[in-house]
Design a protein around this ligand. Structure first.
Ligand code: FAD
Ligand code: NAD
Length: 397
C-alpha cells in the first residue's frame, strides 16, 4: 500500500527531502505532501543582502511549484500549529493531516534568553519579511532624522550578537550606510554602526585567522565592535550593556542566537540544546521512529567524531537527503544508513565582494577569493535544491 510521507517546512532540508523522494521513488510506493507557510522557498543565506535592499523578491524567493513535480508532490500552503506524534497527526491552521512517516524541517526562531525588553524592542533577521522590515526601519529613521535633527539616535544602528548572522549583516550595513547617508543628504559622520558581542571575540568558535580577518575588515569599514560584554536590557530607545554602558539607538537588530521552531519544542520530542530534538544516528526522533527531524530542528552530532554540527544550510540539505533515503529504505525493508554530517566550508561575507573562510581544514581564502567562493556556495545551494532548471532560471533573470 502507498505510504504517506508528510514533510513540514520547505526550507533547505524540506525541499531537498521532497526532491529526493520525488526522484527516487514511484507514485504507488510513496505519496509526498509538503506543507509550508509560504508558496515559495526562501534563500535565508542571502537575507543580509535583502536587509540593505540588495536582493529583492525575485532573487530570494523560489516558487515551490517551479522546483517540484506537482504530479508527485502535493503542496499545501498552510501554517503548522501542532505535531501530535502519538497520533501520527499534524494540526494545521485549516485542518489536520495524517501520516505514515513525518519529516520535520520547520527551521529556527530567535532565542531571546529572557533578556528584559529584548523581544519587544528588537528587529531580527530570520525570514524575507523580517529582512524587509530592517531595510524599511532604517530608511524611515534616516528620513525622520531630517525632520528631527536633534535625535541623533535615529542614525545609530546596533547589531546585538557577532556570530555569523550578526557579522554578515554588519558588513552589509557598513557598505550600505554611505549610500544611504547620501540619499537622505545626511552628514555621514553622524551615522554610526555598532556590533556588540558577549564573548571575548567575534565569530566565536572559528579559527583565529578567520576571526582576525573579519575584525580587521569591519574596523576598516568604520564599525565599532564591542566584545566581552553582554547586552542585558533593551528599551525602545536604548541598549544596556553588562559593562554599564548605555547606547541610545533607533535601530536595534538582535542576532544573538536561535532556537528550534516552537512547534517542534512543543511536540514532546526529547530535546537537547535550544529545543533542537535529539535524534538517533538515522535522524529518527528517539521515541518515534517514524518521525525524522532535519536541519535546524535536529541536534546532530557526527557519529564518528562526536562533533556537534551547527545549524547550517549545508547540514540541512545533507539531512533532508538522508531522511528521504532512510524512509525509502524502511518502506522497502532495507537497512537504514547512518547519517554522517560534514562541514565542507565556512565562509562569511563581509559586505560586497569581501569574505573570509575556510574549505575543509586547510584552504583559508580571504578577500576577493573568498567572496567568489561565497558566490559559488550560493550557486551550489541553488543547484542542490532546484537542479539545473533553477540555476538556468536565475541566470536568465
Ligand atoms: P529553514 O531553511 O529555516 O526552513 C524552514 C521552513 O519552514 C521555511 O520555509 C519556513 O517558512 C517554514 N515554516 C516555519 N514555521 C512554519 C510553520 N509553523 N508552518 C509552516 N511552515 C513553517 N547556513 C549556511 O550553511 N551557509 C550560509 O551561508 C548561511 N547564511 C545564513 C545567513 C543568514 C542571514 C541566516 C539567518 C542564516 C544563514 N545560514 C547559513 C543558516 C541557514 O540558513 C539555516 O541553517 C537553514 O536555513 C536551516 O534550514 P532548514 O531547512 O532547517 O530550515
Ligand atoms: P550564533 O548563536 O552562532 O551567534 C550568536 C552570537 O550572539 C554569539 O556569538 C553569542 O555569544 C552572542 N550573544 C548571545 N547573547 C548575547 C548578549 N546578551 N549580548 C551580546 N552578544 C550575545 O547565531 P547566528 O549567528 O544567528 O548563527 C546561527 C547559525 O547559522 C550558526 O550555525 C551559523 O553557523 C549559521 N550561519 C552561517 C552563516 C554562514 O555560513 N555564512 C551565516 C549566518 C548564519
Amino acid at each position: 500500500m502507498t505510504k504517506q510521507v508528510v514533510i513540514l517546512g520547505a526550507g533547505y532540508g524540506g525541499v531537498k527531502c521532497a526532491l529526493t523522494l520525488q526522484h527516487d521513488s514511484d507514485k504507488d510506493e510513496v505519496g509526498i505532501t509538503l506543507v509550508n507557510k509560504h508558496s515559495y522557498h526562501q534563500f535565508i543565506t542571502q537575507l543580509h543582502e535583502t536587509a540593505v535592499g540588495l536582493s529583492n523578491n525575485k532573487e530570494i524567493r523560489v516558487p515551490l511549484e517551479e522546483i517540484l513535480d506537482r504530479a508527485r508532490v502535493r503542496l499545501i500552503k498552510d501554517v503548522v500549529l501542532r505535531i501530535l506524534p502519538k497520533d501520527n497527526r499534524v494540526v494545521l491552521e485549516t485542518g489536520t493531516l495524517d501520516y505514515d512517516y513525518l519529516v520535520v524541517g520547520l527551521g529556527s526562531e530567535p532565542e531571546f534568553f529572557n533578556i528584559p525588553g529584548l523581544e519587544q524592542h528588537s528587529l531580527t533577521l530570520r525570514s524575507l519579511n523580517s529582512a524587509k522590515l530592517i531595510k524599511t526601519h532604517i530608511e524611515n529613521n534616516f528620513a525622520a532624522f531630517k525632520e528631527n535633527p536633534l535625535h541623533r539616535e535615529l542614525l545609530t544602528i546596533v547589531v546585538g550578537g557577532a556570530g555569523f548572522t550578526g557579522i554578515e549583516l554588519t558588513g552589509e550595513l557598513a557598505d550600505r550606510l554611505h549610500g544611504l547617508a547620501e540619499e537622505y543628504d545626511i552628514n555621514e559622520k553622524l551615522v554610526s554602526l555598532i556590533c556588540i558581542e558577549a564573548a571575548s571575540s567575534i565569530l566565536k568558535g572559528s579559527d583565529r585567522q578567520l576571526v582576525d580577518n573579519a575584525f580587521r575588515v569591519l574596523q576598516e569599514k568604520g564599525v565599532r565592535i564591542i566584545t566581552g560584554t553582554a547586552i542585558e536590557g533593551v528599551t525602545e530607545k536604548e541598549v544596556r550593556l553588562g559593562s554599564g554602558e548605555k547606547i541610545k539607538t533607533g535601530t536595534f537588530i538582535w542576532t544573538g542566537g536561535i532556537r528550534a521552531n516552537k512547534v517542534v519544542t512543543e511536540a514532546g520530542f526529547t530535546a537537547s540544546v535550544r529545543g533542537r530534538a535529539t535524534v538517533n544516528k538515522y535522524l529518527q526522533a528517539l521515541d518515534f521512529p517514524n518521525v525524522y527531524l532535519i536541519g535546524d530542528n535536529a541536534f546532530i552530532a557526527n557519529p564518528t567524531t562526536g562533533e556537534v554540527m551547527g545549524p547550517t544550510a549545508q547540514v540541512a540539505i545533507q539531512s533532508g537527503y538522508a531522511a528521504a533515503q532512510n524512509i525509502l529504505a524502511e518502506i522497502r525493508g532495507e537497512d537504514l544508513r547512518v547519517f554522517y554530517p560534514r562541514e565542507l566550508w565556512r565562509v562569511v561575507s563581509i559586505g560586497r565582494s569581501v569574505a573570509v573562510g575556510h574549505i575543509g581544514k586547510k584552504l583559508k581564502p580571504t578577500g576577493r577569493a573568498a567572496g567568489l567562493l561565497k558566490q559559488a556556495i550560493q550557486w551550489k545551494y541553488l543547484f542542490s535544491i532546484g537542479g539545473l532548471r533553477l540555476v538556468a532560471r536565475k541566470l536568465l533573470k
